[in-house]
Write a protein that binds this ligand. Structure first.
Ligand code: GLN
Length: 272
């Protein structure tokens, strides 16, 4: 797999073997001197072939950890990334009282990694996940139930490109989060094959300048938020100040961006 440009080969190979054998990593290590049955070897070969085509590990394994929580993942949703944990950090730093009955909205909820993690951290909060893809909502529904927050979660299909789309979500909200599509359309073919060939295009494609979704979200911001409420969004590298300016021209007050672990300004927040 190294020759195919895949890093972390030993680590990934071990995860694929565990998947093929139907064992946890711990069980696999405990049985490392066993000889694998033929069926396991065959299953491993087909999983490895998928990985060699650059299919993301998260799709092959069917799950990915985010904020220490297990999320089901399918090709209908973006793979949860460590960078997006910055959205959780920013949101929790703005909603200081963890016990309040905060009202949350996630625009483009996908797997649910943002909304459902926040609902885990804020035990009295309730949240709506808005999403264009019914297949993605099916994934979010499973995750809400696995995490035990389904009673506080409402999942709605809708398209924010339609006029008055925000009438479908009953607000106002204390916090609106989003990891919208933010890649410039022309850049998508140049992304890593794992992203360009496998992740859902509508979760990536932010239009010609990458900012289309932020303009829509900004325009609805004041109607969606309570006075003093916050909009917290993930942004692409180099986009933070332009997006803060879009929020400011929509009458919101941008805050200082938050950096991810790589030092990139990854999260922009604005107050109503
Ligand atoms: N983080 C993804 C990437 O860089 C993009 C996600 C998005 O557009 N929201 O590949």
């Amino acid at each position: 797999m190294t020759a195919a440009g895949i890093d972390n080969v030993r680590f990934e190979a071990r995860l694929l073997l565990a998947k093929a054998a139907g064992l946890s990593i711990e069980e696999l290590i405990a049985r490392s001197s066993d000889v694998a049955p033929v069926a396991v070897a065959t299953a491993l070969r087909s999983l490895a072939a998928r990985r060699l085509q650059h299919e993301p590990m998260a799709y092959i394994l069917g799950e990915r950890e985010f904020w220490g929580l297990p999320f089901k993942v399918t090709p209908a949703v973006l793979v949860p990334r460590p960078d997006s944990e910055t959205v959780i950090e920013a949101a929790l730093s703005l909603l200081i009282d963890r016990q309040r009955a905060w009202r949350l909205l996630d625009l483009g909820v996908g797997s649910g990694c943002l909304l459902l993690t926040l609902l885990k951290e804020l035990p009295e909060a309730r949240g709506i996940g808005f999403e264009i893809s019914c297949d993605a909502l099916d994934v979010a529904r499973v995750n809400a139930s696995t995490l035990g927050v389904e009673a506080r979660t409402a999942l709605l299909t809708g398209d924010w490109r339609q006029p008055d789309w925000e009438d479908q979500v009953e607000g106002p909200f204390d916090l609106v989060v989003s990891n919208p599509p933010y890649i410039e359309s022309a850049e998508i073919p140049r992304l890593m094959p794992e992203v360009a060939h496998f992740e859902p295009r509508q979760a990536l494609d932010g239009g010609p300048d990458g900012l289309a979704a932020y303009r829509i979200i900004a325009a609805a911001g004041r109607r969606l938020l309570v006075p003093g409420g916050h909009l917290v969004v993930e942004v692409g590298q180099g986009q933070a100040y332009e997006i803060a300016a879009i929020f400011a021209s929509a009458g919101l007050v941008p805050l200082q961006p938050w950096k991810d672990l790589g030092g990139i300004e990854r999260v922009v927040a604005a107050r109503h």
